[in-house]
Design a protein around this ligand. Sequence first.
Ligand SMILES: Nc1ncnc2c1ncn2[C@@H]1O[C@H](COP(=O)(O)OP(=O)(O)O)[C@@H](O)[C@H]1O
Ligand SMILES: [Mg+2]
Length: 239
Amino acid sequence: MRVLEGEKVTKYFGGLAAVSNVDFHVDKGEIFGLIGPNGAGKTTLFNLISAALPLKSGVIKFRGERISGLKPHQICRLGVARTFQAVKIFPNMPVIQNVLLGSMFGTPTAMSSADATRQATELVEFVGLSAVSATSVKDLTLLNQKRVEVARALATKPELLLLDELMAGLNPTEVAQSMELVTTIQGRGITIFMIEHVMKAIMNVCGRIMVLHHGEKIADGTPQEIATSKKVIEVYLGE
Ligand SMILES: Nc1ncnc2c1ncn2[C@@H]1O[C@H](COP(=O)(O)OP(=O)(O)O)[C@@H](O)[C@H]1O
Ligand SMILES: [Mg+2]
């Protein structure tokens, strides 16, 4: 089943086609990867899916229903959560409260505050932050701040999770831990669409990958197909 589908998705910034006529789909349960050089349009595509930006043309469907035109909070409550390339958390609030925001404002149906607290506590533990649950997120490492964002996104009970460069800026050990986290989230039945620069991560965890270049889709396929695609190799060697 297709969880997410895009048809001829297009976005201009002035005269620049940041995303141009991109067709894609994400199947239920998979980890779908999105790669491409800096400025390829990857984050813009996530902004279009989550309605942080309006489409110029094309259609985006979630579970077969058109979501283009909805507001970001509506899309979140339908079951699409995201993280940000540059983490967007509330720096002076403790970990648990950042996560609680997801439980209290992003879920499809309202939760009692006791249930929200229980769920947020469980998610803080799930991402490995129980020991710093009461710490202000500004005092955490980048890895842990990213984990707060993941926990907050999960707190909205998503069916689809969009991860924008979760591994950027992390050391190899942290990358390995993050890869494990991503596969564990998939194990919970959540479909994942991830943008990633760390090739090892994308090649190891994704079932399928799409490549954007100057806003256009230049390839999609299995990691093996992408790694051996002449077009993709040219783009990366020419970078
Ligand atoms: N809000 C914006 N206003 C104007 N131009 C933008 C905006 N966001 C992104 N861009 C431009 O669109 C292109 C794609 O950016 P982006 O989607 O962030 O690329 P990526 O995430 O693949 O590195 C870039 O040329 C970028 O400068
Ligand atoms: Mg980006």
